[in-house]
Design a protein around this ligand. Structure first.
Ligand SMILES: Nc1ncnc2c1ncn2[C@@H]1O[C@H](COP(=O)(O)OP(=O)(O)OP(=O)(O)O)[C@@H](O)[C@H]1O
Ligand SMILES: C[C@H](N)[C@H](N)CCCCCC(=O)O
Ligand SMILES: [Mg+2]
Length: 227
């Protein structure tokens, strides 16, 4: 069973796009791939009389294994805010055991599981629990998505350092060119690439700015081993 945990330098940097691309790529050689949005903050009508999170729906569309919502999105919080606040507002205490149980059930059925975090590495899930704790409990290699924009160099290095401190392997990183107006993007990429190389983290994808995000077009660019 292949698994990874996708984190980012921030919220809104392209983790969902990157996770869907990983699923499409892995599906080329692994018949049963599934995405997991362990903790989702924000829900929309699902068109079937219920509620669903848009990241969960995107991951589901990129998965080849259909599973109950309790497995691919064990925690769904209505408000699109930090999960610890969304949970408090919903009267929910986010704890690890139900999430780990859902992950184990997915891992038992799938050849590959891609778990998308929420926001960045240190986002709180409760007063005592955070995204990093979840990644450590899952014991998965981490893929870091860097939203390429002014400020991302600092965020990328801080996040890489924190992942290293957690003891989890940093399997690689992806750049997502979220700001088409960014000045000197290649110079930023060059510095990031050298820093991440020094961390032993290869660049897995350089995702161009896409007016309509297309995970299939990213999947075909991933290195061997991921597809
Ligand atoms: N390379 C890109 N080009 C253009 N738009 C992008 C790119 N990457 C991400 N986006 C857009 O930026 C927005 C945020 O991306 P996305 O939802 O993947 O972020 P995220 O990191 O998954 O955030 P969250 O913490 O909410 O899960 C989306 O509208 C997405 O389509
Ligand atoms: C609601 C949003 N789309 C994400 N799922 C959650 C982002 C939490 C960010 C918290 C923070 O770092 O300030
Ligand atoms: Mg997302």
């Amino acid at each position: 069973m292949i698994g990874c945990f996708v984190t980012g330098t921030d919220t809104g940097v392209g983790k969902t796009l990157a996770s869907c691309a990983l699923l499409h790529a892995l599906a080329k050689h692994h018949p049963r791939v599934v995405g997991m949005k362990a903790v989702a903050a924000g829900a929309e009508p699902d068109g079937q009389g219920g509620w669903a999170n848009e990241d969960t729906l995107a991951l589901r569309a990129a998965s080849t294994l259909a599973v109950p919502a309790a497995l691919d999105n064990p925690v769904l919080l209505p408000d699109p805010v930090s999960p610890h606040i969304a949970a408090r507002r919903a009267g929910v205490q986010v704890t690890l055991p139900p999430i780990l149980d859902a992950y184990r059930q997915l891992a038992a059925q799938a050849d590959a599981v891609v778990v998308e975090g929420a926001g960045g590495w240190r986002v709180p899930l409760s007063e005592t629990l955070g995204i990093a704790d979840l990644a450590m409990a899952l014991q998965l290699p981490v893929v870091l998505v860097v939203g390429l924009k002014l400020g991302c160099l600092n965020h990328a290095l801080l996040t890489a350092e924190a992942i290293r401190a957690s003891g989890l392997p940093l399997a690689g990183w992806m750049a997502s060119r979220v700001d088409p107006q960014m000045l000197v993007p290649e110079e930023n990429m060059d510095w990031l690439r050298r820093q991440m190389d020094a961390w032993g983290a290869p660049l897995l994808a350089d995702i161009p700015w896409q007016a309509t995000p297309d995970p299939h077009s990213v999947a075909v660019t991933l290195p061997r081993g991921w597809q």
